[in-house]
Design a protein around this ligand. Structure first.
Ligand code: SAM
Ligand code: SF4
Length: 471
């Protein structure tokens, strides 16, 4: 870790984070939110939900899961055991669509054999024109975009409902960690991106509804809340901005994170708040996309690399021990070797802890798909590897500096059996600085353990045996 963090390293904070043990294993049986018929439409039937893409889709799937359960369906993991299959899809890059096509082909075969009865295609592909072609080609029974999720109710045998803004539909409750949508859509028009056309313009959810949902989740046992939106930091409501909402949420939830932010909306006071509030995980995901001002302009990102660097300085100052991640696109039309070098320089300067690096994928209807100065595949591939390598080298160096520190670790996923050579696997946790850690503990997800970091790779830290019981 950065030298500024030395003094903080061993300070295991165990303060105002509401760590009193709660019976996580006794999840309250969520009451049916949807008015149930005396004989539920899905009674005796099974459903399988498959999710592709980002956290927004994972959360939308959870809302559909709630509907399907409330309709009486039992959830199964395999297509061949399901009466109903829901494919909740991503449209951001072409390879995501290719994957969905593969699944639809397999499902169509099962349907012809009579093993699957109905299939619904939902999410971002559902909102795109291409869905009509897929519907015809693969015999899809229901297509839903991201705005009309409420229509699934009637399809699964619940009484039809009025048009409802998707974030107001409840997900499952009683889980140790939960997503809470604070805004949908996006008002930017990045040259390469389909999100505005499939998710629409920005709509912000009222602060009171967000806070009320968080209170409900916390009282049902949730200890970790992640605020979601395509540009969460663009949230606003009658003079209040994202920083005000985050401050309020940080008072209600014992552990808070948010994603995804846009550099043009990110206020310095939000970055300082991350450092100040004990309940906020000190992890910032701030997509930069390119280090070249020329490319940032072509992409219509609305900021220059210098402004981005300044934001990062404020974050590092506010949370010296924190982690920083980003998204980078290589091979956007018009990207020269000089632009690529500037991206590598920015990666070096910002010293990211991790990054999602993508090769440009032309998307129908976007400005970039119509540009002629495309980058050859072999060049994109080389740039992709170079950026990835630079990120990993930095991340490895930074992670090495964590060795020896004692950390309070939030267990996200419990131990899984069958590690390499038949060893028992390790639990996966997260430090308050936002580092992913493998830790040998049987603690349930949602508990905290304290342990010393004994090793580090580019993507994850390795902790020794925890001291004391889980909290
Ligand atoms: N709203 C977020 C933002 O602006 O940073 C990101 C949303 S997008 C679903 C996630 C990431 O996918 C983007 O940050 C971008 O790096 C990548 N992406 C989007 N469209 C892409 C495309 N056509 N080709 C390659 N990567 C793309
Ligand atoms: Fe897409 Fe840009 Fe909006 Fe992010 S900010 S969702 S990349 S248009």
């Amino acid at each position: 870790m950065n030298s500024r963090t030395n003094g903080e390293r061993d300070a295991v904070k165990n303060n105002a984070r509401n760590l009193a043990p709660i019976p996580l294993s006794k999840k309250p049986a969520a009451e049916s939110f949807y008015p149930n018929r005396s004989v539920p439409g899905g009674a005796g039937k099974t459903a399988c939900i498959r999710t592709f893409g980002c956290q927004m889709n994972v959360h939308d799937s959870d809302r559909m899961r709630r509907m399907i359960r409330d309709a009486g369906y039992a959830e199964v993991g395999r297509y061949e055991d399901a009466d109903l299959i829901v494919l909740n899809t991503c449209y951001v890059r072409e390879n995501a669509v290719d994957r969905v096509r593969g699944h639809l082909g397999e499902i169509n075969r099962l349907k012809r054999e009579g093993r699957v009865k109905k299939v619904a295609l939902t999410g971002c592909i559902g909102a795109a024109q291409e869905s009509q072609e897929l519907e015809r080609q693969y015999g899809v029974d229901l297509v839903l975009g991201t705005h009309n999720t409420y229509e699934l109710a009637e399809f699964v045998g619940l009484p039809g409902m009025e048009e409802t803004y998707t974030p107001e539909l409840p997900g499952t409750e009683g889980e140790h960690s939960a997503f809470v949508t604070i805004m949908t859509g996006c008002n930017y028009q990045c040259s390469y991106c389909v999100v505005p056309s499939v998710r629409g313009r920005m709509v912000c959810r009222p602060m009171e509804n967000v806070v009320e949902e968080i209170r409900r989740l916390v009282s049902s046992g949730t200890r970790y809340v992640t605020l979601l939106g395509q540009t969460v930091d663009a949230w606003r409501e009658s003079g209040q901005r994202f920083c005000d909402l985050l401050g309020r949420v940080a008072e209600e939830a014992p552990r808070v994170w948010f994603t995804t932010s846009h550099p043009s909306n990110m206020e310095d006071r939000t970055l300082r708040l991350i450092g100040e509030k004990d309940t906020i995980v000190k992890r910032l995901h701030l997509p930069v996309q390119s280090g070249s001002d020329r490319m940032l302009k072509v992409m219509h990102r609305g900021y220059k690399s210098e402004r981005y660097r300044r934001k990062i300085e404020v974050f590092r100052e506010a949370a010296p021990d924190g982690t920083l991640s980003t998204d980078i696109i290589v091979g956007h039309p018009g990207e020269t070797e000089g632009d690529h070098e500037e991206t590598l320089r920015l990666v070096e300067d910002c010293s990211f802890d991790s990054a999602y690096v993508f090769k440009f994928s032309p998307r129908r209807g976007t400005e970039a798909a119509g540009l002629s100065d495309t980058v050859p595949e072999d060049v994109s591939q080389r740039r992709f590897v170079e950026v990835l390598r630079a990120v990993e080298q930095n991340a490895f160096r930074r992670n090495q500096r964590k060795i020896g520190s004692v950390e309070e670790i939030y267990v996200r996923h419990g131990r899984h059996g069958g590690g390499r050579n038949g060893e028992v696997g390790k639990a996966v946790g997260e430090t308050w600085s936002g580092h992913a850690v493998h830790v040998p503990t049987d603690a349930e997800p949602g508990r905290y353990v304290t342990a010393k970091i004994e090793g580090a790779g580019p993507h994850v830290l390795y902790a020794g045996d925890p001291s004391g019981p889980p909290r």
